[in-house]
Design a protein around this ligand. Sequence first.
Ligand SMILES: NC(=O)c1ccc[n+]([C@@H]2O[C@H](COP(=O)([O-])OP(=O)(O)OC[C@H]3O[C@@H](n4cnc5c(N)ncnc54)[C@H](OP(=O)(O)O)[C@@H]3O)[C@@H](O)[C@H]2O)c1
Length: 283
Amino acid sequence: MKQVMLRNGISVPAIGQGTWHIGDDPRMHDQEVEALRTGIDSGMTLIDTAELYGYGKSESVVGDAIKPYDRSKLFIVSKVLPQNAGRKNMRRACETSLKYLGIDYLDLYLYHWRGSIPLSETVECLQELKDSGLIREWGVSNFDTRDMNELARLKYGENCVAVQDLYHIGSRGTEYSLQPYLRKNNIAFMAYCPLAINGTLRGGIIGNPVLQQVAAVHNASVQQIMLAWAIRGGNVIAIPKSATKEHTLQNAAAGDIALTDEDLKILDKAFPAPDREVPLDVE
Ligand SMILES: NC(=O)c1ccc[n+]([C@@H]2O[C@H](COP(=O)([O-])OP(=O)(O)OC[C@H]3O[C@@H](n4cnc5c(N)ncnc54)[C@H](OP(=O)(O)O)[C@@H]3O)[C@@H](O)[C@H]2O)c1
């Protein structure tokens, strides 16, 4: 499994596990726990969740899944909702997430998307959680380049270690200015919806003949090629969600697929990189 080095020197797997909709259906609990554990055992030790996902239900399933593991070998990410991202609620929201997860610190806490609370207040609260040890690092989500420039001007803004945005082969807008900005400032990029169930082009990608051709050459699935493509640059962490053990194993194996220059050339032709700034694709 390829690794991505964060600014704090911690290395995380380039493919982690998303959890949106995990916990929605209690009948799926054991299958979801098994899939998450299969992912951990296969090297996908980074798990992305959020207070939003089932309002604690997703975090609870993750908590059940990680119980047998050495906490220090895991990298657990959760997110705070915009309405909780201020002085009044953020600490309580973080403690509630920790309770559902059954752990006493988060490796990364993300501001889920921008709301009405001033960004300066949110950043101060994130920094206080870091100083108090409830979170190791913080980052932001659904931020574009303009948001990042605003963040950089704020006190503590330079402490953001990761940005999580929608990114897949059919939605490459962040490559124009955001990803170069992040690379320059040593901030990791987390790609959500890396299998394109959402975002521009939605379901139209899986049947694409060029993707299928590259997949056949690597004896892989189109989804595996999409993950290998997303992490090709070394600074991107993809977080596919799967509640299916077989898919989880395939997603982990995608971390070892090396796309050739020729593969990337034909994929670029079929899915061109942006030649101008485009609005952020969001889910
Ligand atoms: N920050 C944000 O605002 C934000 C927004 C959206 C998502 N996210 C995060 O990003 C994660 C990923 O995004 P997502 O869940 O929307 O979409 P996704 O990971 O792109 O796609 C998930 C879908 O793909 C299927 N799948 C997974 N692996 C597969 C494989 N190898 N072959 C075929 N199908 C496969 C899953 O079904 P099975 O379960 O049956 O495998 C599921 O239906 C989320 O779970 C969440 O943690 C963050």
